[in-house]
Design a protein around this ligand. Structure first.
Ligand code: ADP
Length: 309
């Protein structure tokens, strides 16, 4: 199990990047960390891989702590940082070979894994190219290959698909899920909320160094936003329409903008007839009704304090 307990990080200049985060991740989980710029995502990831030391609190991967057992700790990990740390003048092959040696893989096993991973990532033809000759997307794939070389149990990915095309994004996610150890822990940050919604079993939303929400994408959507209904109407609504609607336990919020009533609700099929009835009692007639499920992006905007339209 991956456990994080009361994690605090204050940088030497006094910035409190993390203010006491606690959570755990189960084996086999794809776990996403989301939040606006400056929320503390990269700091959290750097602490989890042992690059930074916490001001207080602790981290444990299967009982191994980065401060007490740094070498055993690093051998458990595969890491993709936002900016890859390669020797740019060496080839893909040489960079990956050095990494295999660090992890104590036998030479023939390192060669087998490098060939296999480069094949899957469409990079075989480039294996003797120096890294400096590769595109941004190709370098990102080499980072992925390096992180997966020793089939790690814990994979940490900071913005793993930034700068890669849609086809490569799918390729990267397939390989990440298949080439780590059985039931790996996959922890990643992303600015691409659609991708997080699609890939994650659970999502942690952080803002200003604290945890805002933690659950499956669907449960976060249901509990924080629900469904959205937009009703265009004719007529002038009588006073108190929004308040009457919000008194319905299935209606989270109701707002009028010009001739449109916007609602966030639970179970739209149950409450829509009641909403329309209430509208007519307040003197307005619906001319169109649109319902749609909310997205994880709506959850992120709302839970970090930004208003939805
Ligand atoms: P995110 O990855 O969510 O954008 P970061 O973890 O990079 O957030 O940053 C969290 C906060 O810590 C920000 O206010 C940032 O300016 C600050 N910060 C990050 N790195 C340092 C550092 N090395 N020294 C001082 N402050 C830092």
């Amino acid at each position: 199990m991956l456990e994080i307990c009361e994690l605090v990080k204050t940088y030497p200049n006094g910035t409190q990047a993390l203010r006491g985060l606690s959570f755990s991740v189960e084996p086999g989980e794809v776990f996403g960390i989301l939040g606006p710029n400056g929320a503390g995502k990269t700091t959290l990831l750097k602490l989890m891989v042992g690059v930074l030391t916490p001001t207080s609190g602790w981290i444990s991967l299967d009982g191994v702590n980065p401060q007490n057992s740094p070498i055993s700790f690093r051998k458990l990990l595969g890491v993709v940082h936002q900016f890859g740390s390669f020797d740019l003048t060496l080839s893909i092959w040489d960079n990956l070979n050095i990494y295999g040696a660090f992890h104590g893989l036998p030479k023939h096993e390192t060669s087998r894994r490098i060939n296999h991973l480069l094949e899957r990532l469409d990079l075989v033809a480039k294996k003797h190219e120096p890294i400096e000759n590769l595109s941004g997307g190709q370098r990102r794939k080499v980072q992925i290959a390096r992180a997966l070389l020793h089939r790690p149990k814990f994979l940490f990915l900071d913005e793993p698909t930034t700068g890669v095309d849609v086809y490569s994004r799918k390729q990267i996610w397939d390989i990440v899920r298949e080439e780590a150890s059985p039931a790996p822990y996959i922890i990643f940050t992303s600015h691409n909320v659609d991708e997080a919604e699609k890939q994650c079993d659970r999502v942690l939303i952080i803002n200003q160094g604290t945890s805002i929400a933690l659950d499956t994408p669907q449960r976060l959507i249901d509990s924080i936003i629900g469904h959205r209904i937009e009703i265009r109407f004719e007529g002038q609504p009588a006073d108190g329409l929004e308040q009457t609607l919000e008194a319905n336990p299935l209606v989270y919020s109701a707002e009028i903008h010009n001739s449109t009533l916007r609602l966030r609700v639970e179970a739209p099929s149950k409450c829509l007839p009641q909403i329309l009835e209430c509208c007519s009692q307040h003197g307005i007639a619906a001319t169109s009704v649109v319902t749609r499920s909310a997205s994880l992006e709506d959850v992120l905007l709302k839970s970090t304090g930004r208003e939805l339209n």
